[in-house]
Design a protein around this ligand. Structure first.
Ligand SMILES: NC(=O)c1ccc[n+]([C@@H]2O[C@H](COP(=O)([O-])OP(=O)(O)OC[C@H]3O[C@@H](n4cnc5c(N)ncnc54)[C@H](O)[C@@H]3O)[C@@H](O)[C@H]2O)c1
Length: 244
């Protein structure tokens, strides 16, 4: 995106301390935006300590944004967690609760708290980070998969409720992307399987996900709302390795 495409725009990014969120902060800053980063574990002073699963924490941070900037042009919800790989029947219900509290309630909280500030923008936009797991199940990740399915459904619900108010809401579904979260999951066997299973044959860089997020946040996507966009190298398009 052009260097000053976001000049004067106010962008809130959750999960700003690591991985895709951290890259989103850089990409939006490079195009001239003022970026407010929120994270449970801020990497440095430029990020505010916010627990997106906690309404009081989010609403206090939103009040601060209101006081300083008076509006939000784009909200990018990257904060998320994944639980250890386990068969569904061995997954503790508490792991479902924890995962839903961050991945789903985090977005419920940030969108509700910042909606009045998105209304103050002439082109308010929300981009939620779901996952390829919202579209095609991953093995031994029932809690994560269910939570990301809920993110996709919540995205469509918010898009429909807010379209007439001028706020667009979309989601991206990244495939395996080189971040601390994905590295935790990676084994040589998984890496080899990914090379076969992903039509583009590889993992993705955080910039490739951030670029799609920035497009959906921008006025270039002014006719797009309620979309759940795979950014997964074709994973959810089909099976490339059948010997046909
Ligand atoms: N990396 C992948 O392969 C991949 C694939 C699909 C989807 N995703 C999704 O992309 C998003 C970003 O993932 P990532 O890979 O960059 O992970 P990451 O672990 O590198 O970063 C996630 C960030 O979210 C923050 N966070 C966690 N809980 C929080 C809370 N309660 N409040 C505020 N911040 C919190 C963490 O501190 C961390 O900085 C997540 O929603 C993840 O599910 C990632």
């Amino acid at each position: 995106m052009a260097e000053n495409a976001y000049a004067g725009r106010i962008v809130v990014v959750t999960g700003a301390g690591s991985g895709i969120g951290q890259t989103c902060v850089e990409v939006f800053q490079q195009s001239g935006a003022t970026v407010i980063g929120w994270d449970l574990r801020p990497a440095d002073d430029s990020t505010t300590a916010v627990d997106v699963s906690d309404w009081d924490s989010v609403s206090a941070a939103a009040a601060d944004v209101k006081e300083r900037y008076g509006r939000v042009d784009a909200l990018v919800n990257c904060a998320g967690i994944i639980t250890p790989n386990l068969p569904a029947e061995e997954t503790d219900p508490e792991d479902f609760r924890k995962t839903f509290n961050v991945n789903v309630m985090g977005i419920v909280n940030t969108t509700k708290a910042l909606f009045p500030l998105l209304l103050e923008s002439d082109s308010g936009a929300v981009v939620n980070i779901a996952s390829q797991a919202a579209l095609v199940s991953l093995p031994h990740q029932a809690a994560y998969t269910a939570s990301k399915g809920a993110v996709a459904a919540l995205t469509r619900a918010l898009a429909i409720d807010w379209a007439s108010r001028g706020v667009r809401v979309n989601a991206v579904c990244p495939g395996f992307t080189a971040t601390p979260m994905a590295v935790k999951q990676m084994t040589p066997a998984l890496e080899e399987a990914l090379a076969r299973r992903v039509p583009l044959g590889r993992m993705f860089e955080t910039e490739e996900i951030a670029n799609a997020i920035q497009f959906l946040s921008s006025p270039l996507a002014s006719a797009i709302t309620g979309v759940v966009l795979p950014v997964d190298g074709g994973w959810t398009a089909g099976e490339p390795a059948l010997p046909m």
